[in-house]
Design a protein. Sequence first.
Lengths: 523, 343
Amino acid sequence: MKLFTFKNSITICVVLAAVIYLLPTFFNCWPHKKINMGLDLQGGMHLVLEVQNIKAVEAEVERTIQEIKKQLRKDGVKHLGIARLNDNSILAKFQNNENKSGFETMLSKNFENLITQRPEVDGNIISYKLSLPETETDNIKKMATDQALETIRNRIDEFGVSEPDIRIQGGNRILLQLPGIKDPERAKDLIGKTAQLTFQIVDDDADVDSAVNGTPPVGDEILYQNKYNSTTGTSIKIPFLIKKRVLLDGSLLTDARVEFDQFQQPQIGIEFNRKGARIFDRVTGENIHKRLAIVLDKSVYSAPVIQDRIAGGKARITGSFTLNEAKDLAIALRAGSLPAPVKIIEERTVGPTLGSDSVRMGLISMLAGGLFVILFMVIYYKGAGLIADLALVINIILIGGGLAAFQATLTLPGIAGIILTIGMAVDANVIIYERIREEIRSGRTALAAVVVGFERATLTILDANVTTFIAALVLYQFGTGPIKGFAVTLCLGIIASLFTALILSKTIFIFILKNKQMSKLSI
Amino acid sequence: MQLIKSNINIDFIGKHNICFVLSIVLILVSIGSLVIHKGPNYGIDFVGGTLIQVKFSDQVPIGKIRSGLTNIGFNNASVQNFGHDQDHEFLIRTSNLEMTTKGLSQSISEAIKASTGLTPEIRRVEMVGPQVGKDLRKKALLAIFYSLLFITIYISGRFEMKWVLSGITAGSLMTAVYFLSVFNVSMIVLITGALVVTLVLFWSLHLKYAMGAIVALLHDVLITVGIFSILNLDFSLPIIAALLTIIGYSLNDTIIVFDRIRENIKGEKTSDTLPALFNKSINETLSRTILTSVTTLIVLFSLYFLGGEIIHNFAFAMIIGVLIGTYSSIFVASPIVLAASKR
């Protein structure tokens, strides 16, 4: 029998291809596709963030209210209050018919996208309920998630993580895989920062203390400054009464860098673009001798008194930052603010030492389990056992090659899957050998027994493996990171064991029997 | 070498009454334990919470770690030894999800340092929000349900040529479950209901092989989950992976036996010889059944003893599953097919 028939050549090619794909994992050579290690093996952080994109809708509704008020002022229409309700609709109240018709014409002219319900009349007060169309809120939500993804990607890029994987995971969730991250807490802090920078005027006309105990004046809000005392190690909160109107925000920034003041204390120097610089120039000019609060994520960082008009569009954010805090804040400001706050809803962090321990233990148990199975097969089936063992080794090479070729990720459960495959892969050989033994007992010659044995066992083996394959596919569909890795190695293992048992072993058997002219089989 | 003699003839079918009693007792004990413990002992994957694995360079009394955690208000945190004693590793579990100012793991690290005098190495942090936990629980149940149904379609198709019938049955069950799940029906109630309906349908539609297989699989899954519940072991994501693999493995065994039954049954007209025929089939495949279990158990034990603490429970679940799965394909699946054939 010739060695290089068409079928044999293909078999050899498959095995060779697997070996070639496996090589780069151990040596640095072509085709340069190493087996990807999962976060649980190389260490790293897996995060799932939830973008609270309803906040983006709230912000849009608030913006719309401001625009309506502005337009009404312009048209000279008086209202009795326009406010946002909890379900993100707008309630606008008017008195007498003149204002009613003024409002309605204004609506149809400038805000025809809003859905208006039939007005309710209570005495001489007419109230309207307006809302954004659902397509628009959905769009805002989607945009918020997309923008959050972009912003977080920029921040991570600047933070310096090699090969991060950041993607949207259904609706408003963002999945982050950050391999080999050194300081997970710092990264989490940076990712979670909303980084909404605003410049607002401090209201010095009203009394802060009475506002804290009672209610702040209309158009004002109370924000706090966190003062950290490094000698006592405690921090105190100082209340500020701030005018709600935002004069300038971080969206017009072009740069943010860490700088040092004369005491070598880090601070952040920011620079606005031309439009921002113009606004900054005007705002500072209009508010000389008032205090300008620099507000970041609803807390006051500093509120210096404006001494003079500031041209050039440069400003500084001071506060008691550590160097890393200042660096991260600068990154966040440069990368832009999140359109809505994010919340970490799932975190899995594995330290690098645990990862390498897992790899070591996984390999040890794979070797131990493999050796026992190999010994068992040789003792039980003698010569045929050796062929099964060869098939087993090639099986593992095929799984490894497959992982590298498909760029699948190897995880700790994935290693368990390979180990399990070692135990189950010999099953196909066992089925065939038991069948061959039966055929020999019923009086067939060695070659005939092998041929009939393989023929009869093939269908059984296929049936038995298809069901495990179905379970593995469902698992792949359902699983997250590590579990997916298990499903992948299980699937690869099944395919590899079908190949090694039904094609490779058979070829070897028939080759040996035909060439050696053996009449007895070592089985 | 031969472990099982080729002329072996054990009367498996004749003993099916004893086995049915044994299986029913095991199932009842499992359900009982699940009821008493109010479901499996879900890990943080399924109920939410935080798990932190810490390692110390030296011996640390567990009480000191606890007192450190109590100092920062983590009264409900559980601390347990993890792995070997000489590793000085501990697992801290709490239902707290986040802290306001500092990261959770950082504050825990500082609190433990204050109470023990040693800086712990934080080796692993897992935090799962309650919503994620709920989603995962739902997905896990659905995964088990779907894989059972897909497998039954395959079995009915391959063994009885009833592809269309079983496909329609399973398809409509899946659709029903899908639509009902939208209406916030409790997932456990829903899946249990769907499985009961499946069994009744398969029985009345004479899908006897699929019926035998699905009963055996439910038997395996239920008992494995029950043993986990009795031993109070953590029920986490990898355990779901183990359960699905057990389904695949146990079925593997079952199909090999079914396959032989199908081969032997060809040409048989009367049902009088069926018990003997079933017995013959089980005996003929017995050698293979035992051998494969042995090789699989070899690797599983090596994984259990050498694979490290994280994979420990997974390996344990698989070991139980392989044992129960081997038992069920001999003593549960075939007798049920036989009972359905006699009808």
